[in-house]
Design a protein around this ligand. Structure first.
Ligand SMILES: NC(=O)c1ccc[n+]([C@@H]2O[C@H](COP(=O)([O-])OP(=O)(O)OC[C@H]3O[C@@H](n4cnc5c(N)ncnc54)[C@H](O)[C@@H]3O)[C@@H](O)[C@H]2O)c1
Length: 404
């Protein structure tokens, strides 16, 4: 057996294909998940577009297809500290990949219950993992999934560096001191705020206890299948299309299949960074294979392969499918438009060969949406969560950009 990896949140959209990719590549994989994401679907009355199997069925099928076993533990990382700690002592993993957080910005902004849940869950999950690694006295490399959103989306004209900003400060004697600081956080939602606070936990435990940490600032993930999830229908990955959890490109593809107008918020001039799910799983394997050395500071990568404006994406899909773009009031408090230039040299230097948006891949996602379109609950498509009470939900939209 290869190195042992614990995947926290291994039942989720990124975690499940990552667990399979690592297992396929010879790692001994253990999944921890409290299945909270499945419970949130029930609470919201929504569903994954794809019919995901139970964890038990998934793992039996994986073993049947590949001969490889993955262990699964169902517990809450944010609440069950002692289970987390004892698992580390029992299994002595080489690395932990941490996906176990509430990850939807709109969900985190719904109401006070969702805000408080997101903060309690995400901050306690991250802190429990760090504290358990320290208490275990094991040398475990932590790989965390953060987000490009921690940098904010203001147009600065700068290329956003990989985590650290070199600064020069003039001292009182006029000499200049140079050092790197964490790029100033600019969270745009409660969810993003938890990710910026995670970064301080990482900074502290790395400095104080020497824990080796890689923080991956990931772009918006699109696609749904990877080489491994395609092996059998019981291995299918989740596909979120609803107004809270659906990510923009997957939502546009789903909307085009059922003839729903493409839901662009505001002007559509917001530029975002993207990555295909197949590259997500490759990047995580690369991060595990290239841990920071003892004594290194937190290693931060920008895990994104391309940037686009939301309107560019919508027009691309519209050209392919004939489905029209429709503009809706923006539920988010954000700039009408922004530029986004992102440094992403580190993964390229480590051998990532990026998958970019291509018609072939868009077709592949459309095939999945076409196959399961009868499962779509149509009244869950439009986002109802707004960033403040004065922003009104818009279920009708308009032909013209909304330039608030
Ligand atoms: N999906 C994206 O586009 C995207 C983009 C950037 C960053 N990320 C980051 O990647 C990570 C994974 O995202 P995802 O899309 O797979 O989300 P997801 O919601 O599909 O998966 C998260 C998984 O973690 C589990 N979980 C949550 N809290 C837990 C807890 N306290 N204990 C145990 N399990 C818990 C959930 O049940 C779920 O299976 C997140 O941290 C997210 O911030 C995702």
């Amino acid at each position: 057996m290869g190195k042992k990896i614990i995947v926290l949140g291994g039942d989720g959209f990124c975690g499940w294909p990552t667990a399979l990719h690592l297992s396929m590549n010879g790692y001994d994989v253990i999944i921890v998940d409290n299945l909270s994401r499945r419970k949130i679907d029930l609470d919201l009355g929504t569903n994954s577009l794809t019919p995901i199997s139970s964890m038990e069925t998934r793992l039996k099928r994986w073993e049947k297809e590949t001969g490889k076993a993955i262990k699964f533990y169902n517990f809450d990382v944010a609440k069950n500290y002692h289970r987390m700690f004892s698992l580390l002592k029992e299994e002595e993993p080489d690395a932990i990949v941490h996906f176990a957080e509430q990850r939807a910005a709109p969900y985190s902004m719904r109401d006070s219950v969702c805000k408080r849940y997101t903060v309690d869950n995400n901050l306690n999950a991250t802190h429990n993992v760090l504290c358990a690694i320290e208490q275990s006295e094991l040398d475990i490399h932590l790989v965390h999934l953060g987000t490009m959103g921690v940098y904010g989306y203001e147009t600065t004209g700068l290329t956003i560096p990989e985590g650290y900003l070199p600064v020069q400060v003039k001292k009182s004697d006029k000499s200049v001191v140079e050092f790197d600081i964490l790029y100033p956080p600019e969270p745009g939602s409660i969810y993003h705020m938890t990710k910026t606070q995670d970064a301080l936990f990482f900074y502290f435990y790395n400095k104080n206890n020497g824990i080796r940490i890689t923080d991956l600032h990931q772009g918006i993930v699109w696609g749904t299948s990877t080489e491994e999830t395609k092996l059998h229908e019981e291995l299918i990955n989740r596909f979120d299309y609803d107004g809270d959890y659906g990510t923009v490109l997957n939502r546009f593809l789903m909307q085009s299949v059922i003839g729903h107008p493409l839901t662009v918020y505001g002007s559509g001039g917001q530029t975002r960074a993207f990555i295909h799910l197949q590259d997500t799983v490759r990047c995580i394997k690369i991060a595990i294979e290239n841990p920071p050395k003892p004594g290194d500071k937190v290693d931060i990568f920008n895990q994104a392969t391309e940037t686009h404006t939301i309107l560019d994406l919508a027009e691309k899909i519209s050209d392919l499918t004939g489905i029209k773009v429709r503009y809706y009031n923006n539920p988010r408090a954000e700039a009408l438009k922004n530029d986004l230039i992102v440094a992403r040299d580190k993964f390229l230097a480590l051998g990532l060969n990026p998958t970019t948006l291509s018609e072939g891949l868009l077709e592949e996602v459309k095939e999945i949406t076409e196959k399961y379109k009868d499962r779509i609950i149509k009244d869950k498509i439009v986002t109802v969560s707004t960033w403040s009470a004065k922003r009104k939900v818009d279920t009708v939209g308009s032909d013209k950009p909304v330039l608030e």
